[in-house]
Write a protein that binds this ligand. Structure first.
Ligand code: 3PG
Length: 394
């Protein structure tokens, strides 16, 4: 893969696929991490004299939906560029209007195309649509790691029709950190997986078990494992149909001599949300009337110890129902233990855990917080990402 800082861009039209699929409340961006993380690539392209054309999707619209316009992202980008570059938002991503804007674009201006998914051809990876996007560009750069698991027109289809192709600096950072952990991790290598469903993480567990020294489990998925061990888990969320799979994963861990570590105590209540009495359960088993909602203090200490001794730590998925403050301690303790280990490469694999870490203001204290959700999971599953494959030079 070639990278943008190694390319000749002077006077060239540089089409950069970014992932500006940011969370919105109305027209307000509630987390602009993905836009900030794309800045180095955008600035590099401008610095190298390229005419920058940005393209992204936002949400999952069915046709043009004004509330999913990229307008808030364009204004935010303009602010982040310090007003030094005019950011022009086209009213579409293809068509004569866009063609004219591309033709008239002046050096230093940034042209942003409107939401790619306003056209169903984007997700359908339609060839004519892909060719039209390609016709705007001399150089194609993909910096949208978060969307690299999609084989869409802007991430895959258009690439062969542009003269030159390469990856951006965010893409490089993501591939270096996540790829480094998968291929050549410093040992001990500890993975922490959480979230509500085992089913979402089966492939990640299978792919990590042979690589890690310990895999620590939290979140509701831990209750499926505990139940598969024959323990009482009360009214906690369990995927009954995944009990045999959980059993098989624990056997696989034993064969591989990898410790698959489960919670030894819990924070529970009789109800979901922040209602019901808060109960600390000091055992592995959970009484019949209770729901497990976070890992307990003994588990937090034990997981922190594993993290303290590691040289590589990778984390994906919260340890409990962290959006309710009284169940956020487990998730927070993992984040803090990672921050405290200055001798390790510490990676957060995106999604909810990345949002949690950024909310706590700890993101910048870790080696890498991925901007990918689904993309980082697929990467950790060991799958090839179509958006990355398209950049590979033969
Ligand atoms: C994401 O947020 O995971 C990416 O932007 C991809 O979005 P999608 O799941 O709608 O394809």
């Amino acid at each position: 893969i070639r990278y943008i800082d190694d390319m000749q861009l002077t006077g060239k039209r540089v089409f950069i696929r970014v992932d500006f699929n940011v969370p919105l409340e109305g027209r307000r961006i509630t987390d602009d991490t993905r836009i900030r993380e794309a800045l180095p690539t955008i600035q590099k392209a401008l610095e190298l004299g390229g005419k920058v054309i940005l393209a992204s999707h936002l949400g999952r619209p069915k046709g043009p939906e004004p509330k999913l316009s990229l307008e808030p992202a364009a204004s935010r980008l303009s602010e982040l560029l310090g007003g030094k570059h005019e950011v022009i938002l086209a009213d579409d991503c293809v068509g004569d209007g866009v063609r004219k804007l591309v033709k008239d674009q002046k050096e230093g201006q940034v042209l942003m195309l409107e939401n790619l998914r306003f056209h169903k051809e984007e997700e359908a990876n339609d060839e004519a649509f892909a060719r039209e996007l390609a016709s705007f560009a001399d150089v194609y750069i993909n910096d949208a790691f978060g969307t690299a698991h999609r084989a869409h027109a802007s991430t895959a289809g258009m690439v062969p029709y542009v003269k030159e192709k390469g990856a951006g600096l965010l893409m490089r950072k993501e591939l270096e950190y996540l790829g480094g952990a998968m291929k050549n991790p410093a040992k001990p290598f500890v993975a922490i997986l959480g979230g509500s469903k085992v089913s979402d993480k089966i492939k990640v567990i299978e792919s990590l078990l042979p690589k890690v020294d310990a895999l620590l489990v939290g979140g509701a998925m831990a209750y499926t494992f505990l139940k598969a061990q024959g323990l009482e888990v009360g009214k906690s969320r369990v995927e009954e149909d995944k009990l045999p799979m959980a059993q098989r994963l624990m056997e696989a861990a034993q064969r591989l001599k990898t410790s698959l570590v489960l919670p030894i105590d819990h924070i529970c209540s009789t109800e979901l949300g922040d209602k019901g009495p808060l109960r600390e359960v000091p055992d592995r088993a959970i009484p019949a009337d209770l729901i497990g909602l976070d890992i307990g203090p003994k588990t937090r200490a034990m997981y922190a110890e594993h993290i303290r001794d590691a040289k590589t730590v990778i984390w994906n998925g919260p340890m409990g129902m962290f959006e309710v403050p009284r169940y956020a301690a487990g998730t927070r303790s993992v984040a803090e233990a990672m921050v405290a280990n200055k001798n390790a490469v510490t990676i957060v694999g995106g999604g909810d855990s990345a949002a949690a870490v950024n909310d706590m203001g700890l993101g910048s204290k870790l080696s890498h917080v991925s901007t990918g959700g689904g993309a980082s999971l697929e990467f950790l599953e060991g799958r090839e990402l179509p958006g990355v494959k398209a950049l590979e030079t033969k």
